[in-house]
Structure formats: C-alpha cells, structure tokens
Design a protein around this ligand. Structure first.
Ligand code: A2P
Length: 330
C-alpha cells in the first residue's frame, strides 16, 4: 500500500513541477519495526498514532487536504471550532469515500463556549458543522486557568456527552499539571488525552511522565516543530526544527526528511501526532514514517535538543473575562 500511495503522490508532484521522473519506490509490505500504529485510550477507544492536523489550514484548502489524507491512508483528523474549518473537514470526509466509522474525528471547544450549558450547545454547533451525529474525540482547547470554574463546567458537559454516547472519548488541550490536578479533584472522568505543544525543541518530559502516571495519552501538536517557523505574534528570532543540524544529520543517515525523523521519534516514544499540511506531497511524506527505526542514541540526541521552553503561547495564559479570548502575552 505504501508504495502505491507514495508513487501516486510522487507522480503528481513531479507533474506539478513539470518533470516526469519515474517512481522508484519499491513495492513492499509496510514494515512497522516495532513502531505502534494504533494507540488505545484509557477508555478502550482506539486511535491511529498519526493523524492529520488542520490548524491554520484555510477553509478553502481544508476539504482537499482531508480528502487527500484519507485517500492516502490517514484515519484521524484533528480540528477545532477555533480553526474555522470544521465544515470543510466534514466535506473532505464525505468526499474521500472512506466509511465514516473507519475515521476518528477530533475537535475542540474554544473558551468562549466554556461553561456547562454553553459547551453542550457548542457540541451541537460542532456536530452540525462536521455533519456528524457523533464526534469521536471532543476536548477542551485551553485551560483558561483564571476562569477555571467555567472550564470545570465545560468538562462536566463533556462527561455528560460521553455518558450519552454523543462522543466516544473526552480530553483536554494545553493543560499543565496544575490544571490536570484540579480537574481530577473536581470531575469524574480522567481525560483520555492532553494535546500539547511537543516537538524536538519542547519535549516536556515532566508532563509526559505525569500523563503516563495517570493513563493520559500525550498528543503532540506541532509535532514537526511547525510552531518554530510559523510567522506569528511570538517573535521571529527563532531556530527552525527543520534546519537543526543534529536532525539534518540523522535524517541524512536514514535517507529521510527531518520532518519524517521528528515524526518517527514521537511514534517510537508512544506519542500520538497530528502533523499539519495542506500540501499533497507533504501529506504523503508525513504518513510514510512507520518503517523508520531510530537508534537509542538517535532518540537520545533528539531528546537532548529540548530547550525547556515553548515556542507557542504559554498554556496557563489568562483569558479576558468578557471576551473570553486570551490576553496577549508581553
Ligand atoms: P504545509 O501545509 O505547506 O505543508 P506542525 O504540524 O509541526 O505545526 O507543522 C506544520 C507546518 O509544517 C506547516 O507550515 C506545514 O506547511 C509544514 N509542513 C508539514 N509537513 C511538512 C514536511 N514534511 N516538510 C516540511 N514542512 C512541512
């Protein structure tokens, strides 16, 4: 299967570039070399280890990206109300022809909809936009620490939706240990996953250990370090993960791209990843990683690149009480 998909994208890629080099990718069964391709959440629901992220995918591009990914073998799409592209995720899913029940759709509730009733209503909005009666994984997008009573109300709504079978698993995003501990104290269901910034420059070992101790899956956003090269309000004096000399050396040793090495690093360490791309060649490239086997020394080298600080927004930043949008950081 791998060679068919890869050759399809290779051919399209070379056509787009005006060349016509033949595809030389060997036909072989996918070797998974000890790498997990499916993960089981703490409530028994299974989730592919690698899905497509659509953060910053414009609505115009999203449906095509989702369709391409699903046709290429992806079976998990991660979106969010705040991304403004849930409708197009649903369109891409239907256009792909892949049976609904074979695909895990994950979305997020933004803080403007935190609070018990508000979150129940937000579920209805999201489900309508996606065109789905049931959402597979529904998570809170932010911890909104300074408004945490509303966050608790929102999480209790997720628990209700789970009990009613409207969602199959619930979780959180951008929660730190303090927020998770408060959630444990005030709610019943341990989150199935916590989606956090995690890439070679920010690998969060302490939070990962905390997740392991509590049966929470670590889901990495910006897994190839996109956040280190996105233009944005967080400053542009930053190194890009994709240009890192140590990663380039490992990539050259394996004859693969740095993005593929970063993804293999996550998968070998048991994390779930959602690389974002709208480019068909890169969508295929990011899925072609299950045969990469990094050595212990290479894994350790990548762990050693951790800077200890996020490249994106701080998880515990405050939210404006009226607008419920994040207060910009200094
Ligand atoms: P594009 O959509 O044009 O492919 P992350 O998920 O780590 O935040 O990374 C997403 C960013 O990385 C996007 O800018 C995406 O752009 C780019 N990207 C995705 N896959 C690759 C890849 N294999 N090589 C280089 N850049 C990539």
């Amino acid at each position: 299967m791998r060679s068919d998909i890869a050759c399809y994208h290779w051919t399209r890629y070379t056509q787009l570039r005006g060349t016509s080099a033949p595809c030389r990718i060997r036909s072989s069964a996918r070797s998974v070399a000890g790498m997990t391709t499916t993960l089981t959440l703490n409530n028994g629901v299974t989730l592919p280890a690698l899905g497509l992220g659509v953060f910053q995918s414009s609505p115009e591009e999203t449906a095509a990206a989702v369709e391409t990914a699903l046709r290429g073998g992806y079976r998990h799409i991660d979106t969010a109300a705040a991304y403004g592209n849930e409708r197009q995720v649903g369109e891409g899913l239907r256009a792909s022809g892949v049976p609904r029940e074979d695909v895990v759709i994950e979305t997020k509730i933004w803080a403007t909809d935190f609070g018990y009733d508000e979150t129940l209503h937000a579920f209805e909005k999201g489900s309508r936009k996606l065109g789905l009666e049931q959402i597979d994984i529904l998570i809170l997008h932010q911890q909104a620490w300074n408004l945490f009573d509303r966050t608790i109300g929102a999480y209790k709504a997720l628990e209700t939706l789970l009990a009613d079978g409207r969602v199959r698993a619930i979780g959180v995003s951008n929660f730190d240990e303090r927020a998770l501990n408060r959630l444990f104290d005030e709610t019943e269901v341990v989150p199935a996953l916590n989606q956090v910034e995690l890439h070679p420059y920010h690998s969060q070992p302490a939070l990962q250990a905390f997740h392991r101790d509590h049966g929470i899956l670590t889901q990495a956003w910006s897994p190839i370090g996109g956040i280190t090269f996105y233009p944005g309000p967080w400053g542009d004096e930053r190194r890009s993960v994709l240009d890192d000399p140590a990663l380039v050396e490992i990539a050259e040793a394996h004859g693969r791209s740095v993005a593929q090495i970063a993804l293999a690093w996550h998968l070998q360490q048991g994390r779930q990843v959602i690389p974002k791309s709208t480019n068909p060649g890169r969508i295929a490239e990011n899925f072609d990683v299950f045969d990469i086997a990094l050595t212990d020394a290479e894994l350790a080298t990548i762990v050693g690149l951790d800077t200890g600080s996020p490249s994106g927004p701080a998880p515990a930043r405050d939210f404006d009480e009226k607008s419920l949008f994040p207060i910009p950081e200094d």
